[in-house]
Design a protein around this ligand. Structure first.
Ligand code: HEC
Length: 193
């Protein structure tokens, strides 16, 4: 009898253990919302960047990718009430260094890229608990496109004036030597869940 009770208790313990490990169900509507925010943010940034390159040239555009990107990121976050940023392992600005969750997401994107499965629709999404608060965390990859090489390509692809400006503004720049199609980083969004 005692043995049976013991087995029963162990089984209950195991079942309970398993269920708390289960992934929290994330409603489709929440995923859609995160996806929409990420796309809106990235296309806004790209539009401003491309129009400045066209109208004012590459040197002026360096400041768009630096100051304007930071301002737009902050404004977008405040307006939507979310945490949002761009992150990368090979960052130019160290404030774009990934945290623990973002490192996991970037590794996931690298892994699926090696398997030839990464595209602009790829996502990484998880519920993460921090100080007893649940957050929905979401990431979408940023891929290198040909115009990006003007500032993130091989040294010789970057105009001397642009290179000088970047080198003097970012002493520890890691964001060069990319090729079109490379994983540049990701946009990361976090909301209370
Ligand atoms: C005119 C030069 C220029 C062009 C063109 C450019 N970037 Fe950047 N990029 C920068 C600079 C400067 C930074 C540093 C921004 C900062 O200080 O936050 C940066 C930062 C980034 C970051 C944030 C991570 C990091 O390295 O700090 C990402 C992601 C990024 N760029 C992606 C792109 C993509 C994708 C394109 C093409 C669509 C692109 N960039 C085109 C200059 C450029």
């Amino acid at each position: 009898m005692e043995k049976l009770l013991f087995v029963l208790l162990i089984s209950l313990f195991l079942i309970a253990g398993c269920s708390s490990e289960r992934q929290t169900e994330i409603p489709e509507s929440s995923k859609l919302e995160m996806r929409k925010d990420a796309d809106e943010f990235m296309s806004g940034l790209r539009d401003v960047l491309l129009s400045i390159i066209k109208n004012n040239g590459l040197v002026a555009a360096v400041s768009v990718c630096s100051d304007t990107a930071q301002v737009m990121t902050n404004n977008f976050g405040v307006e939507k009430g979310v945490y949002i940023k761009r992150v990368s392992f090979k960052y130019r600005n160290e404030i774009n260094n990934p945290d623990e969750f973002e490192t996991e997401g970037l590794k996931y994107f690298e892994q699926i890229q090696n398997e030839g499965k990464l595209d602009s629709l790829s996502e990484f999404i998880k519920v993460v608990e921090e100080n007893k608060i649940s957050y929905l965390r979401y990431m979408k990859p940023i891929l290198v496109q040909p115009p990006c090489l003007n500032c993130h390509g091989m040294e010789e692809q970057i105009m001397p004036e642009v290179r000088e400006l970047i080198n003097s503004n970012y002493k520890n720049d890691k964001a060069k030597n990319y090729k079109a199609g490379d994983l540049r980083g990701a946009v990361s969004i976090q909301k209370v869940f």
